[in-house]
Design a binder for this molecule. Sequence first.
Ligand code: GLV
Length: 317
Amino acid sequence: MKKILITRKLLRSSEDKASKIFDTKFNTNDELYSQEKLIKMSEGCDAILSALTDKLDAETINKLPKSIKILSNFAVGFGNIDLDAARKRNIVVTNTPEVLTDATAEIGILLILGACRRAPEGIEAAKASNWKWSADYLIGKQLTGTRLGILGMGRIGRKIASIAKSLGMIIHYHNRSKLSVDKEDGATYHKDLKSFLSVSDVLSVCCPATKETTDLINKETLEYLPPGAVVTNVARGDIVNDEALIEALNRRKIYAVGLDVYKGEPNLNPGYLKHKSAFILPHLGSASKHTRTAMADLAIDNIDEFFKMGSCKNKVN
Ligand code: GLV
């Protein structure tokens, strides 16, 4: 039986499944392992089922025991793992694509709605019972006819586009390459980032965090957006420069933001706190029982497939 380290607590049913297939080492207190602790805990293991909270940088990967053959990340994103360092050590890295598309797109739409329709202000006022209906009270931005710019038209981006279309939004996208007409589904492609941002009344960041996308939304690129644009991010905090976004909110270049992710999670840049127009969630993208179960199943199956077949279809490095 292969021995695996599961770095974070999973749902009970997922841990039960893992222990039927593997000799499992669980993190019963769900503590956040330091890099040293993670290395120590992985001693004697053949695989690590990691989470997005584990920073598997080159230094950590280089110190992992030789017995580790696969890092199965319990996430679709894998920006927490240095893929090159893993490849150099012949360690396979896998992710959990597809199964979290719908749940993450739901949160992507929630961010757009919450930011555009002033949900944070509304919630605060309703809870404090200090509001009065009037024709101009908490007027927000309606989505009908509004242009939505999807940055990264992968599975999640396309799902957000399809829901947003049904709400009457007009879809534009920027991607490394133009999609087939079928996948585009009426959306307009912009090869050029500036041209794309200049038509994004609402921006939805959906692309992976890579060296190329780090800080892609910054002081300069925020200026390309139309005045009063809304910025939402359901992907990774690293893609958005928080200081620049807060500064753009301060001078009302940006009307509102909707963020499920941000740099340095869980520590939110305090600059957002003074903005009632900041609709911010604690990385809930895939947080439903259905999706978290499917993700764990897939992360477990990836390890099983790798040891049985010598490879795995969800390999990313
Ligand atoms: C969640 O953020 C994921 O990448 O799975």
